[in-house]
Design a protein around this ligand. Structure first.
Ligand code: AGP
Length: 609
């Protein structure tokens, strides 16, 4: 949520660099965007929001910046996902203090804002944001201490919540200050230019060798020479290398489309080199060091949000299937419920971005208790990657579409490998492990078989786009697919969709079924196939529309439309049955003229809790 970028250079290209990289951070928030350039004698500020133009993009912001003044060495930029204050241009960042001495881009939420406002006393704020309040607090402390580092340090101690920010001093064009408390700030250096950003995506145009991720409570002074890190006003040094995946749109119109269609390769990448057929035990380098401790764990607790939570559900079902106790919880709920767990239970946090605030909150809580924390994460170097004791990289590559697609499939693949690893430590036989590996190796091609049916799925969507209400239904493992399909449709098409375990229909939801209600039923040939068929009859008997996803020949009179997927082991079927539902929601979004990469009210990375 909220993307931050800052640039100090020697090449006079700060304006182009900031505008370019802010465009790369659109997935962090696209309610508004803004940039500030320190031109030496003055700071120029340009902002745009949905208030000015509903579907604005980076090109609209670029048009606001006059071409004649394109020489500058110091700039900051921001993409906003609104929390405090509406999606207006006034609320867009960068914000400045009353005297326009400091310019400020911020990601996070200040939870004790009222106390800080009281401390500031009277003052008429031009925006409704917490960020404007904070930059004024910085200015106040600066007046008292005559040092920006010291002022920022004091502010960092004062504010509550997860926050990261960059401050530009109008009188010091050779310097930026950044700080982190619970968020992510990454620094990079390239040929006389120093870059600071909230997200590796902003580093794409640069060939950066040195990188550093700011730890909590660190403050950094950024100059063209590099950076100096302060913690409690002491200079500190530390560096953590991270790999940056690359991405561009290529032949595709949207990132979501690209990411759906590259799943054959991302799935293959998730398992590459990891399936050791001789032993039936996967090689998972990230957990090797704690393998012995994992052997002693009785129960595994999976934590995540949204799609990552659906992956947690899959993990729970699969672990249980292999005889290992497991639970799945929505991160934003976990800390506020009375969860019961033993000291030797392990927690596994699933997250594409590795920056989801709700999930990080649970990690912080569990670390206090001292349980083992593992991560199943896509973005190397992200906060969850760093904060967990060990983990698995899902290797899906950069995922830019707000709707998570390829990351989900790679999460499922990683969960299967982890489950086999742990089950082989326990009761699973070598031949079961080997059989699963053989089947996993076939999944990439089977995914491609489904993708080859994209045109058919598009036709099904066009035929059914009149429906405004959908159920997504499945039993056992494919109840999870139903949850994921329903989330995807809501998220990018704004069409009402709900997921239910299919057998639950008769306990209430069936009341809504009539000729205007469409049910997408996921019904592969598995142990619950016959039961599911009966449930479809119940829907058809009430004139409901049925769209079936299956791998078995079905009575064409039973389902109005059928999409076939290849066969696999029953518990691996979500790796396949999810794919047509991703395409279904994608084509529905196009049909309804939605931008699937920019669903309203949502951001890719949710860094507020
Ligand atoms: C998925 O399509 C959503 N955009 C959302 O539910 C997402 O999965 C959730 O916010 C968790 O994100 P994470 O995987 O980066 O932690």
């Amino acid at each position: 949520m909220c993307g931050i970028f800052g640039y100090i250079g020697t090449d006079g290209r700060a304006i182009n660099s900031v505008l370019y990289s802010i465009g790369l951070l659109e997935h962090r928030g696209y309610d508004s965007m803004g940039v500030a350039f320190n031109m030496g004698r003055e700071v120029e500020l340009y902002k745009i929001s949905q208030e000015d133009k509903e579907n604005f993009n980076i090109e609209d912001l670029k048009r606001l910046v006059p071409k004649r003044k394109r020489i500058c060495n110091n700039g900051i930029g921001h993409t906003r996902w609104a929390t405090f204050g509406g999606k207006t241009t006034k609320n867009a960042h960068p914000h400045h203090d009353f005297n326009k001495l400091f310019y400020f881009v911020h990601n996070g939420n200040v939870e004790n804002l009222d106390d800080i406002k009281k401390e500031l006393g009277k003052g008429s704020f031009y925006s409704e944001t917490d960020s404007e309040v904070i930059v004024n607090l910085i200015a106040k402390y600066y007046r008292e201490m005559n040092s920006l580092e010291k002022a920022v340090s004091k502010v960092l101690k004062k504010i509550e919540g997860a926050n990261a920010f960059v401050v530009m001093d109008a009188n010091k064009p050779e310097q930026l200050i950044a700080a982190n408390k619970g968020g992510t700030i990454i620094l990079g250096k390239e040929n006389g230019n120093t870059i600071v950003a909230s997200d590796l995506a902003a580093f794409e145009p640069f060939t950066i060798k040195n990188r550093h991720i700011l730890k909590d409570n660190e403050i950094v002074e950024i100059t063209k020479q590099g950076w100096k890190i302060y913690e409690d006003e002491k200079v500190k040094k530390a560096a953590k290398e991270i790999n940056e995946p690359n991405s561009d749109l290529g032949e595709y119109k949207f990132f979501m489309e690209k990411e759906i269609f590259e799943q054959k390769y991302t799935m293959a990448n998730a398992i590459r080199g990891r399936l050791i057929t001789e032993t039936g035990i996967p090689k998972l380098g990230g957990i090797e060091n704690i393998a012995r401790s994992l052997r002693k764990v009785k129960t595994f607790h999976f934590i995540g949000c949204g799609t990552a939570y659906n992956a947690c559900l899959y993990a729970k079902f699969l672990f249980n299937r292999f005889g290992i106790a497991a639970s799945a919880s929505i991160a934003s709920e976990f800390c506020y419920r009375h969860s019961v767990f033993a000291p030797d239970d392990a927690f596994i946090f699933i997250s594409q971005s590795g920056e989801t605030a709700d999930t990080i909150e649970v990690i912080n809580e569990i670390k206090i208790k001292g349980n083992i924390c593992l991560g199943i994460v896509n973005v190397p170097g992200s906060r969850i990657w760093r904060e967990t004791d060990a983990g698995i990289s899902i290797r899906a590559g950069k995922e830019k579409g707000v709707a998570s697609t390829k990351a989900f499939i790679s999460q499922l693949a990683s969960i299967v490998m982890l489950a086999v690893f742990l089950a082989r430590q326990r009761n699973m036989t070598i031949d079961t492990g080997q059989r699963i590996f053989r089947e996993l190796e076939l999944i990439p091609d089977k995914i491609q078989e489904i993708l080859n049916q994209a045109n058919l799925i598009r036709k099904v969507v066009n035929k059914n786009s009149r429906f405004t209400n959908y159920y997504f239904l499945g039993r056992y493992f494919n109840y999870i697919t139903a949850e994921e399909g329903s989330l995807k449709l809501k998220e990018i098409s704004y069409v009402h969709a709900e997921a239910y375990p299919l057998g639950e229909m008769k306990h209430g939801p069936l009341a809504l079924i009539d000729k205007d209600f469409c049910s997408v039923v996921i019904i592969p040939d598995d142990s619950v196939f016959k039961k599911s068929l009966v449930n479809i009859h119940e829907i058809k008997a009430r004139n409901g529309k049925v769209l079936a996803i299956t791998n078995k020949k079905m009575d064409v009179n039973l389902a109005d439309d059928i999409i076939f997927v290849p066969r696999t082991i029953d518990y691996l079927s979500p790796l396949l049955t999810t794919i047509p539902l991703q395409l279904f929601s994608y084509y529905m979004a196009l049909k309804l003229k939605r931008n699937p990469d920019k669903p309203r009210n949502l951001a890719k990375t949710v860094t507020v809790s």
